[in-house]
Design a protein around this ligand. Structure first.
Ligand code: NAD
Length: 258
């Protein structure tokens, strides 16, 4: 069978546990023949990923530590990947972080430190990753990140993270412009709410999820597999004409004006 990602090296950043969106994406790429190069943040994540890989019998995986708040770390991680595999075809950046205290209440209470941290980890890291990844993509490739509607409109309590997602989505466009000529595509998936560790940090997440089911045109939550299918479309030969795009995978919630 002609698998979509045969002989392709794909870096997947942001698996913390089995609920992580990045884990669903990694499984999907692996099923389609990719070698998945996981980056992990902390030993706990590494243990989680190794256990999941074993349980689900994913083949051809490798693991690299990476704290995306450090330029040296990003450089060293991609340096190690280059030494071992020479080139890559895709990166999935599924990373975000903000102070829990700032994912509630008024946005104007955001601290300078909290603002910079959310931007640093959730938006700038994609730019820094793109810099190192593009140098390993002589055959072209695809960089995909994860965003959320709170970057386009006000979503209660999303606050500083919404502003970081706005910067992330704008970065997608600037990076797509920089890299298009070399057939390196850059896109974001704006996913509907999924119950993950990161989502739990947003105050009132359960209410948001319930309202989502009630209001979304499809009257249900989106599944991680649906998000992963879109990542596969973007990262494979099926998506080669698409760059600079933010694709909503949210059961149509984004069209609502009420
Ligand atoms: P998650 O908690 O499983 O993943 C977040 C990941 O970010 C974790 O693996 C964590 O280790 C990593 N991370 C945090 N700080 C880091 C650092 N300094 N260096 C390296 N990694 C770091 O949650 P998730 O929901 O799967 O989140 C993945 C992405 O999807 C995030 O960008 C999130 O904003 C986005 N997203 C989530 C939802 C949702 O409802 N869950 C909806 C839309 C978009």
């Amino acid at each position: 069978m002609d698998l979509l990602m045969n002989q392709q090296n794909v870096v997947v950043m942001g698996v913390a546990n089995k609920w992580s969106i990045a884990w669903g994406i990694a499984k999907k790429f692996s099923e389609e023949g990719a070698r998945v190069l996981f980056t992990y943040y902390g030993e706990k994540s590494l243990r989680s990923i190794e256990k999941l890989v074993e349980e689900e019998q994913l083949k051809n995986c490798d693991y690299f530590s990476c704290d995306v708040s450090s330029d040296e770390d990003i450089e060293s991680t991609f340096g190690q990947i280059k030494e071992k595999y020479q080139l890559i075809h895709g990166v999935v950046h599924s990373i975000g972080h903000a102070n829990k205290d700032e994912l509630r209440g008024n946005y104007y209470d955001t601290s300078r430190e909290g603002y910079l941290m959310a931007q640093n980890i959730s938006a700038y890291s994609f730019v820094a990753v793109a810099k190192h990844a593009q140098a390993m993509m002589p055959e072209g490739g695809c960089l995909t990140t994860l965003s959320y509607l709170g970057g386009e409109r006000v979503v209660k309590n999303y606050n500083v993270m919404g502003v970081a997602k706005a910067a992330l989505e704008s970065s997608v466009q600037y990076l797509a412009h920089d890299l298009g000529e070399r057939q390196i595509r850059v896109n974001a998936i704006s996913a509907g709410p999924v119950k993950t560790l990161a989502a739990k940090g947003v105050s009132g997440f359960n209410d948001l999820a319930n309202a989502f089911v009630e209001k979304s045109p499809m009257k249900r939550m989106v599944t991680v597999e649906e998000i992963a299918n879109t990542a596969l479309f973007l990262g494979s030969r099926l998506g080669t004409g698409v760059t600079g795009e933010v694709i909503h995978v949210d059961c149509g919630y984004f069209i609502l004006g009420y």
